[in-house]
Design a protein around this ligand. Structure first.
Ligand code: UGA
Length: 446
């Protein structure tokens, strides 16, 4: 366990809240600040609007322990803090580069109030050189600024923070880097990488762009599977069994989205351009991703016979992935917008979204989404969708047709219930014996 320290966390989005609650769990005294008064008063009374496994419980537990407090004042938060974590939004500016205005404004605001010999720790995904830029804004010889990129994923944020694969700290001073590393416990017991600030900042973009590339690669292989009559489940299973490749991030789908991959791949392209490097590989990945999202629209169009006008599309899933209520850059929303533009009527269900959204009729149950539908489109991999009783669903629909953009529906089960099934990279004519392997650890028949 780490030596308890006084820590301020500025910003209470996904990252800020997880970092604040996680550091309090590690026995630090944490004050978490946000400029939105209503959010702070909600958080102070234990109300968390973000859907994130275990986060609400952890925040409540840490608040009850007296180690986690909330405030609207950045200045109040930093005055006694030995470490100040910046967890501020860096949205995409019009030119695709990250907008650093929140970070710059907060650095200017807190500079005169920072405790002597404190360390400012940047957690957000920021342009290269931001640690030095913040250091120049703070302009205090007794205060250091380091980069400590966060690698947590939405849906598993708490676990990712408490059990990270690695802790990366970019610092001009090795000693300061290790002071920050010690906040997470004994650096010898973690995979700590202490490096320079530019390398730490670039590592975050490189990791996200690489993961996005893997997903695009498997989506491209899925398209190829459809063209040649192979099955992506077998191909991905064989690829993933190679330890040099590994099985994570090889699930084909409707293209990647969310608040990070689209923003960070664009930012990496800008970084490459301004450094005079050929980053056309990343440009190709971004372009191919849009193609894979559009391919789902074509599958739905084909499923209803080639004309979407007045066709009812029942949709399961709006969030960009399961485990979150985040709709930012969700492929589901792009697909639904395209379908509407082509005349389809949408009726969508998501366990975490309700009401009317961008002109989409959002209903309260999976069954309501299917009532009278010409096709069922599955866009998010919520586990409850794969457990649905398809025989009952079939009775509600005008036509028995499923486009499964996540490959989570049991193909034989769907066919037994009378559905025409279309997945991504799956040959629905031979849904069963995809992988016949003798190894005990293999997935066997899929
Ligand atoms: C991503 C990274 O995974 C985190 O490490 C990083 O910290 C975070 O961005 C960030 O920069 O803050 P996240 O955006 O929460 O996390 O989502 P991912 O789980 O990475 O998924 C991204 C997209 O890829 C989603 O649309 C997801 O559905 C898609 N995906 C992922 C697939 O289509 N197939 C896969 O096999 C994996």
């Amino acid at each position: 366990m780490a030596n308890p320290r006084h820590i301020a966390v500025l910003g209470s989005g996904y990252v800020g809240l997880t970092v604040a609650a996680g550091l309090a769990f590690m026995r630090h005294e944490v004050v978490c600040a946000d400029i939105a008064e209503s959010k702070v008063s909600e958080l102070s009374s234990g109300v968390v609007s973000i859907v994130e496994d275990g986060l609400t419980e952890l925040i409540r537990e840490m608040a009850a322990s007296g180690r986690l407090h909330f405030t609207c004042s950045n200045v109040e938060a930093v005055e006694n803090a030995e470490f100040v974590f910046l967890c501020l939004p860096t949205p995409r500016a019009r030119d695709g580069s990250p907008d650093l205005s929140a970070t710059v404004a907060v650095a200017q605001e807190i500079a005169p109030h920072l405790a002597s010999h404190s360390v400012v720790v940047n957690k957000s995904t920021v342009p290269l050189g931001t640690a030095h830029r913040v250091r120049d804004i703070v302009n205090r010889p007794d205060v250091e600024v380091v980069s400590n990129p966060e690698f947590l994923s939405e849906g598993s944020a708490v676990l990712d923070f408490l059990q990270p694969d690695r802790i990366v700290i970019g610092s001009d001073s090795r000693d300061t880097g290790y002071r920050v590393a010690e906040l997470y416990g004994d650096p010898d017991e973690h995979h700590c990488i202490v490096t320079d600030t530019l390398s730490a900042e670039l590592m975050k973009y490189a990791s996200n762009a690489y993961l996005a590339t893997r997903v695009t690669f498997i989506n491209t292989m899925a398209e190829l599977c459809e063209a040649v009559g192979a099955d992506i489940r077998a191909v991905a299973s064989g690829m993933g069994a190679d330890q040099r490749i590994g099985s994570a991030f090889l699930d084909p789908g409707p293209g990647w989205g969310g608040s990070c991959f689209p923003k960070d791949t664009e930012a990496l392209i800008r970084i490459g351009e301004s450094a005079g490097c050929d980053v056309s590989l990343v440009e190709t990945v971004v372009h191919a991703n849009a193609h894979h999202t559009e391919r789902i629209v074509e599958k739905v169009n084909d499923a209803v016979g080639g004309n979407l006008t007045h066709k009812v599309v029942g949709v399961w899933g709006l969030a960009f992935k399961a485990g979150t209520n985040d709709l930012r850059s969700s492929p589901a929303l792009s697909i639904l917008t395209s379908l509407q533009q082509r005349g389809a009527q949408i009726r969508a269900y998501d366990p975490t979204a309700d009401g009317v959204l961008l002109g989409i009729d959002v209903v309260e149950t999976m069954e309501e989404a299917c009532a009278g539908a010409d096709v069922l489109l599955v866009t998010t991999e919520w586990p409850e969708f794969s457990r649905a009783d398809l025989s009952s669903v079939a009775k509600l629909m005008a036509r028995r047709s499923i486009v499964d953009a996540r490959n989570i529906i049991n193909v034989e089960g769907a066919q037994r219930a009378g559905f025409d099934y279309v997945g991504v990279g799956i040959d629905a004519r031979s849904p069963g014996a995809v992988v016949d392997s003798r190894s005990d650890s293999s997935p066997g028949y899929l």
